[in-house]
Design a protein around this ligand. Structure first.
Ligand SMILES: [Zn+2]
Length: 454
């Protein structure tokens, strides 16, 4: 009897009426076992202990049988083979087309590494048994979170607003008077220094409510999650604190999902005061910004999800024979000597580019719209903030949320002006100058299409 009641209840909850706009959200724990190779740094770190859990968080949006799926992983990013495998499983297990699925990473620097097909794999030991057993499970966990979210689809209303978090994020590239090359991550500015570019203080807030109760939110801000540091303990970094607080404060049942914006050159190192805010302080400042904006949430005019995605073919950078010889030389000694982050990043980039010179550098740009006022753009790399700001400004939507490190990653994507200024992000960029602008152009074209309903 009990089972029959349960079964009929399930039928009621999963049945939908024509024209209903529905959302379901779920999260699956993806915290690794001790000893799993970590990402985020140019060295091997095996995880030992957990500060806070990692999740695959999913929001499924549906109307009249058309689904859009947003998945964010508490990981340093996403890689193409894992995205492809997860999309395949989702298609098989949930009947949702793979290209209707967006998968991004928060860019936490205290989570497991994924294979990149470069020297980084050797450095981080991601292909060791512990690494393989973790990354092998990722597509399964992602599909499971989508399955659970889909099972919870319910009629909702959607609303959005933009908050502001001032003074917690910083453009980590600095120009010094009389010096052509940018300085990277200074401790404190001198009177001769100025930031090489802006920050994006906007906090995107998208909320889905069922019967007046928040059930899911998508939060968006641009800043590197590097506040935990380079230890061996697992942490979702500030996005973990941020999403936890938003759910605690606005709806215990709500799944809050954080997508990192265009933060390629943005971190939290306050070089004005020299202060280093903690993970808790950063997450709390962002949750406070959401609190302040919550009263301004405006209802969205929702429609059946419209998804477009395009593979953009980019040019790889070119290197001189001298650069290549120097990189090979350094690579030979990289496991015994510490050359520092910037030279190591440059070496890894040069050797990967040389090895893949005959392979096209593909970048998927994806756009998901389900309302007249708001759309989500997915970009596959660490995108400079200038590009994100330009995209938001030119977007035909009032609110444009951007998820970077989505559907794979091509590494750092600087804006055109930044290339001649050199330093870390530039020497480790795989793509030729102008690639970022090409991605933004494509995103704007796709946004135009979904806005018109094409
Ligand atoms: Zn980064």
């Amino acid at each position: 009897m009990f089972l029959r009641t349960l079964a009929s209840l399930l039928v009621v909850t999963s049945a939908s009426l024509a024209g209903e706009f529905r959302v379901g959200a779920a999260r699956v724990d993806i915290t690794p076992k001790d000893g799993t190779p970590l990402g985020g740094f140019y060295k091997f770190r095996g995880s030992a202990g957990v500060l806070d859990p990692l999740y695959a968080k999913t929001i499924v949006i549906e109307k009249d049988g058309v689904h859009a799926v947003i998945v964010v992983l508490d990981l340093s990013g996403t890689v193409r083979p894992i995205v492809a495998e997860a999309r395949k499983l989702i298609q098989e297990q949930c009947g949702i087309e793979g290209d209707h699925v967006m998968i991004s990473g928060t860019h936490t620097h205290s989570g497991p590494q994924q294979p990149r097909g470069s020297m980084m794999d050797e450095i981080t030991k991601v292909n060791s048994p512990a690494g393989v057993s973790y990354t092998g499970m990722l597509p399964v966990w992602i599909a499971e979170s989508v399955k659970q979210a889909k099972a919870k689809l319910m009629p909702v209303t959607a609303s959005s607003t933009l908050g502001r978090a001032e003074g917690i994020s910083f453009n980590r590239r600095i120009l010094r008077e009389g010096q052509p090359e940018a300085i990277w991550q200074p401790q404190k500015l001198t009177p001769k220094d100025r930031p090489a570019g802006p920050v994006d203080p906007e906090v995107g807030v998208l909320v889905f409510e069922a019967a007046g109760k928040p059930v899911a939110s998508l939060l968006n801000f641009a800043m590197h999650p590097t506040s935990v540091g380079g230890g061996v303990k697992i942490s979702a970094d500030y996005p973990g604190v941020f999403t936890k607080l938003v759910s605690e404060r606005h709806g215990a049942e709500m799944i809050s999902v954080f997508a990192n914006g265009c933060c390629g050159n943005i971190n939290h190192n306050d070089y004005i005061t020299g202060k280093r805010r903690s993970t808790l302080e950063l997450g709390t400042a962002l949750a406070d910004a959401v609190d302040a904006a919550w009263g301004n949430l405006q209802p969205l005019t929702t429609f059946q999800p419209r998804i477009r995605s395009e593979q953009v073919v980019l040019k790889r950078r070119c290197f001189t024979e001298e650069q290549i010889a120097k990189a090979k030389d350094m690579a030979a000694n990289m496991f015994t000597k510490n050359f520092g982050t910037v030279p190591m990043a440059e070496t890894v980039c040069i050797l990967e580019t040389v090895a893949k010179q005959n392979e096209p550098l593909l970048a998927e740009v994806q756009v998901i719209a389900f309302s007249e006022e708001l759309a989500v753009v997915a970009l596959p790399g660490e995108i400079f903030v200038e590009l994100g700001l330009a995209l938001k400004k030119a977007s035909p939507f009032k609110h444009t949320l951007i998820a970077e490190l989505a559907n794979g990653s091509i590494g750092y994507v600087p804006n055109r002006e930044a290339f001649p200024q050199g330093n870390y992000e530039i020497v480790s960029a795989r793509n030729e100058i102008g690639s970022g602008e090409k991605l933004i152009e494509t995103a704007l074209k796709l946004l135009g299409e979904v806005k018109k309903g094409k």
